[in-house]
Design a binder for this molecule. Structure first.
Ligand code: ADP
Length: 529
């Protein structure tokens, strides 16, 4: 039988080892097995019923045949007895009875007189039984024939009681014949029918199995193998279409057509993917070109102005060799200032492009935030900006102190510069143990960042400050530094006004170290400086 267990392995596996009964329950029959079993059961049931009916008919026919035989003997005897007594030769009746009794099928013959008493008996046989005498009397009185089945000493007999006319009037005789051999005939007939039925059943079963295997099992196995091959990536696999009946041939053809369509769609998808990749590459290339263009324009713009100034002042020195010392010194000082400005831009550009050589140390970010605020204090005082630092607990991180301080300084300076007419700068440091990071929030009470500018503030050379006062490189360098530390930096506007910059830095990974308790939000537990 072609059975497959529910876990996909063959039926043979399921039969091996322990838990046979449990595995048997888990067996999933294949369609052809179900078909074979159903057909076998139906055919078996029909053949068993037909065989049973045949056995019953055979039994009835054999019994009826034997009855007719006994009845024929009885009628012959009745005619012979009638003739003997009508001819006045009762002794010939006795010898007839004796001769009849010699027949091995005939157990015995009894002649009853008009009163129902035994007149002649071939050999002593027990014919008594309930209603026997009454039957004899009834035959004498009515002239009817009575047939009875008897069982004496485990042997079966058929008794026929018939009327006969004797000298003194109506009498009766009884002929008893053995029927046991009929039972043997019936057993033989039954065995023949059972064997024939079983042979027929075996043949039908074999034919059903062969036909099912050829028309169902093989084509289904071929389709299954095809589906598995396709699913496993063998896109060129096709199913042979000549297995099984018309439906399976059609199914196999449809399967192959589907495989062809899949192959077409696959190659179309591959073509699409290739095209998309080429397009993406060209978009990325264009984006890089645009970025380089923006950078070049930014560099040209930022450096163009100081270079012009330097050129102008150098030309003045050259064209006025007799100018006063004071004038020459002023020009040289201006040239130096502009050169320093160019050097600053170059440094920042390098900060954006070069790979960082980090020197991380464990430090408290709260302390670093305070020192950054200390550094911007002169500018803050000049602009009447109040600084509030909130760092209630130790927020330990492992960072490059110089670089992270540069970031915090840049954020604080930007905030102070955004509030030229005074305001409040709040710096909060907190630990988010759940998120595994330390947060630094730099908030100001300035005008905030316009929604149009917000997506660009981290772009290199994006600045809204006056020429000379901003390079537009501070935030892009800051983002680069924070990302080098595995963190991120975000810009937003506070709903109550002002800009908010949040720096996320990862907590140092230390096995067994206890996470710091999360501190209150910036401003809630603010402490003045
Ligand atoms: P720069 O300060 O030289 O302009 P940055 O990269 O530091 O360069 O800043 C880019 C721009 O982001 C600034 O010109 C300004 O428009 C905006 N910006 C940064 N910080 C703030 C702030 N606290 N409030 C408003 N705008 C800000």
């Amino acid at each position: 039988m072609n059975q497959v267990s529910s876990d996909g392995r063959g039926a043979q596996d399921a039969w091996n080892g322990r838990g046979l009964a449990f595995r048997f329950r888990r067996l999933r029959m294949s369609t052809s097995t179900k078909l074979i079993l159903t057909l076998t059961l139906v055919v078996g049931a029909v053949m068993a019923s037909a065989g049973y009916a045949l056995v019953r008919n055979q039994e009835t026919a054999l019994m009826a045949h034997r009855q007719n035989e006994v009845l024929a003997h009885a009628i012959t005897l009745q005619l012979a007895l009638d003739e003997a007594y009508r001819a006045g030769r009762p002794e010939s009746a006795t010898s007839l009875i004796d001769r009849l009794s010699e027949n091995p099928k005939i157990e015995g013959v009894i002649l009853y007189d008009e009163r129902g008493q035994v007149a002649v008996q071939s050999k002593p046989i027990v014919t008594t039984g309930s209603g026997h005498l009454e039957d004899v009397q009834r035959v004498i009185e009515t002239g009817e024939t009575v047939e009875r089945l008897l069982r004496i000493d485990d042997a079966d007999f058929l008794s026929v009681i018939m009327p006969v006319r004797l000298e003194g009037g109506q009498a009766a005789f009884e002929i008893v014949e053995v029927t046991t051999f009929v039972k043997a005939d019936i057993r033989e007939a039954r065995a023949t029918i059972v064997v024939t039925t079983l042979l027929l059943f075996a043949m039908i079963f074999a034919v059903v199995v062969l036909v099912t295997r050829r028309n169902h099992t093989r084509p289904i196995a071929a389709l299954l193998a095809g589906a598995r091959a396709l699913g496993g990536g063998e896109h060129g696999y096709r199913v042979a279409v000549d297995h099984g009946g018309a439906e399976f041939t059609e199914l196999a053809s449809e399967f192959n057509r589907m495989a062809d369509r899949l192959a077409e769609q696959r190659s179309a998808a591959e073509r699409d993917a290739d095209q998309r990749l080429t397009l993406e590459r060209s978009i990325r290339h264009n984006e890089r070109l645009a970025l380089v263009g923006r950078l070049a324009a930014g560099v040209a713009h930022e450096m163009g102005a100081p270079l012009n100034v330097i050129d102008g002042r150098a030309a003045q020195i050259l064209s006025q060799p007799n100018a006063s010392l004071d004038r020459r010194q002023r020009n040289l000082t201006i040239i130096r200032t502009q050169t320093q400005r160019i050097a600053r831009i170059v440094r920042q550009l390098l900060g954006l492009a070069r790979p960082y050589d980090l020197h991380p140390v464990e430090l408290d970010l709260g302390r670093l935030a305070r020192s950054a605020c200390d550094l911007v204090e002169p500018e803050a005082n000049a602009a009447a900006v109040e600084i509030i630092v909130s760092a209630p607990g130790a927020a330990v991180v492992e960072v490059d102190e110089q670089l992270v301080q540069q970031v915090l300084l840049n954020l604080c300076l930007n905030a102070v510069q955004a509030m030229p007419h005074g305001g409040r700068l709040r710096v909060g440091v907190s630990t988010d143990t759940g998120g595994g990071e330390v947060l630094v929030r730099v908030c100001d009470s300035g005008p905030g960042i316009s929604p149009d500018d917000l997506p660009q503030v981290f772009d290199p050379f994006f600045t809204t400050k006056d020429v000379g006062s901003g390079t537009g490189l501070g935030l892009s360098v800051s983002r680069r530094i924070i990302e080098e530390h595995g963190g991120r930096i975000e810009a937003a506007n506070d709903p109550s006004g002002g800009a908010v910059f949040t720096v996320h830095l990862p907590l140092p990974v230390k096995p067994g170290s206890a996470a710091e308790e999360e501190v209150a939000a910036v401003g809630n537990t603010a402490t003045g400086r």
